[in-house]
Design a protein around this ligand. Structure first.
Ligand code: PLP
Length: 474
């Protein structure tokens, strides 16, 4: 055995102790570490000929890189819709790496069974029918891809074509019908050979991101070919929800596959206050829900659900002599894009066991309450304009200035990032350059939003003063 490896094998305890200390230091800095910083490109180093061992690698990492880690998992990172990692989720995730199970098969580890158990928890958390088959994938993008791949297989069947074997050559063009699809849906369509241009965009209701049901029905009536409808349960800009119940009713009249992208909006189900948004979700053929966002587990976890596991098996079955007959052993690797699979259900299992339904209800409602508070600050301020009502946990707003450009929004957000106390990302909302505050972290409190508002106003004042001075000089 290599000498460095041999030494490490004997010193696993010390190595893990050091990692624990570093992780604790990260948690201890929650109030001081910047949620985002600009890091200039690092220089690419030469691969060591002789390894230095884990201790020296930890030293090297601490000296060169640890200081550049940001508090993006902390309470004042409001970019995208991310979330951090609950203590129980971190515990689960550490064990995933230590145990390193391959959650693919069914007869050599508890891992796949615990994955099924975790999916069973999610049925209950989200109020999904037990008939939904579910599995873990790496993120909502892949969950969307899986749902659309099964939908594609279903469309093939309507034309008596087994697309998993025949490909798309003899299949009429497949249309994807949606009002405000997430960018990952377009990426999935590219990966699936359906093409980004296969999307037919249906108008939204006025001042909304939700689909206009009459327009949808009109399309379905005049285009009788089977198609895929991608409904949104929580858009990223304004957390708008398509009327899933109404879309479900259309299923008895027109032939379509209903895929629901509920990446983070699915967590509305945790709260009595918000769960009405998801009425009708059980009419879906496939559903996407992320775990590494509002569940607050580490990255690399989302769930895909479908009512049609047989079709899913057709798409993803991985036939090889040594893998057994999928009909006899319905193992996960016959259902998911991955063959070898990380035991990525475990952090979710831990956090659900640790905090339960009530814990997630409290987190979702606290985050939404903080968003409401922040939305009120924005609405009452002369410097900002609220672009949409705050429905749940995202506040979409812009600067109250004429001819606001995307570049200026970005310049402003870079200055906010460099201030070091809060972090936001930009967006384009119905053509208007805008800012989003997404609140989905388990630690976030109203005080964090109070500070965020203070930072936004003071940074804006500084930036406007500087720009004014420059204009005066010119
Ligand atoms: C984040 C998100 C996705 C993509 O999820 P990843 O986990 O980043 O792959 C898809 N749809 C919606 C609505 C999202 O919010």
């Amino acid at each position: 055995m290599n000498a460095a490896l041999k030494i490490d094998q004997l010193n696993v305890d010390q190595i893990l102790e050091r990692v624990k200390a570093m992780a604790l230091q990260y948690f201890d800095q929650q109030d001081t570490l910047s949620p985002g910083k600009f890091i200039p490109d690092i220089s690419m180093e030469i691969l060591p000929e002789h390894g230095m061992g884990a201790h020296a690698a930890l030293d090297y990492f601490s000296v060169h890189y640890a200081g550049k880690i940001t508090n993006s998992a902390g309470p004042r990172y409001f970019g995208f819709v991310t979330g951090g990692s609950t203590p129980a989720a971190v515990a689960g995730d550490w064990l995933v790496s230590a145990y390193d199970q391959n959650a693919c098969g069914s007869n050599d580890s508890i891992a796949p069974q615990l994955e099924k158990q975790t999916i069973h928890f999610f049925h209950q958390l989200f109020g999904l029918d037990q008939e939904f088959f579910g599995s873990f994938v790496t993120g909502a993008t892949i969950a969307n891809m899986v749902g659309l791949a099964i939908g594609r297989q279903w469309i093939g069947e309507q034309h008596h074509i087994d697309i998993s074997n025949e490909g798309l050559t003899h299949c009429p063009p497949i249309k994807i019908i949606s009002a405000s699809p997430h960018s990952s849906v377009l990426k999935s369509l590219s990966m699936l050979g359906l093409g980004r241009k296969s999307v037919i965009t249906i108008p939204t209701l006025p001042d909304r991101e939700a689909i206009d049901i009459l327009e949808l029905e009109n399309y379905l009536r005049t285009n009788p070919e089977p198609c895929i409808v991608v409904a949104n349960a929580g858009t990223v800009n304004t957390v708008d929800f398509d009327d899933l119940e109404a879309i479900g009713k259309l299923k008895s009249l027109y032939p379509f596959w209903l895929h629901v992208d509920a990446a983070f909006g699915g967590f509305a189900a945790c709260s009595e206050k918000y769960k009405h948004h998801l009425l009708g979700i059980n009419d879906a053929d496939s559903i996407t829900i992320d775990a590494h966002k509002w569940l607050n587990v580490p990255y690399d976890a989302a769930m895909q659900f479908t009512r049609h596991p047989k079709l899913q098996l057709k798409v993803f079955q991985n036939s090889a002599a040594y893998l057994g007959d999928p009909a006899q052993r319905p193992d996960f690797f016959h259902y998911t894009p991955e063959n070898s699979r990380r035991f990525r259900a475990l952090p979710s299992w831990f956090t659900l066991m640790a905090y339960g339904k009530e814990g997630y209800c409290e987190m979702v409602e606290r985050n939404c309450c903080a968003a409401n508070y922040f939305g009120e600050c924005i609405e009452q301020s002369e410097h900002f304009i609220l672009l949409a009502p705050v429905r749940m946990n995202v506040v979409c707003f812009t600067l109250n200035q004429e001819n606001i450009t995307f570049d200026f929004i970005q310049q402003f957000l870079n200055a906010v990032r460099d201030d070091g106390r809060v972090f936001f990302t930009s967006t384009l909302y119905k053509g208007t350059p805008a800012i989003r505050a997404a609140i989905s972290n388990w630690q976030t409190k109203q005080e964090d939003l109070e500070l965020a508002f203070e930072v936004l106003t003071s940074v804006l004042k500084k930036l406007t003063d500087v720009n004014q001075a420059t204009t005066n000089l010119a």
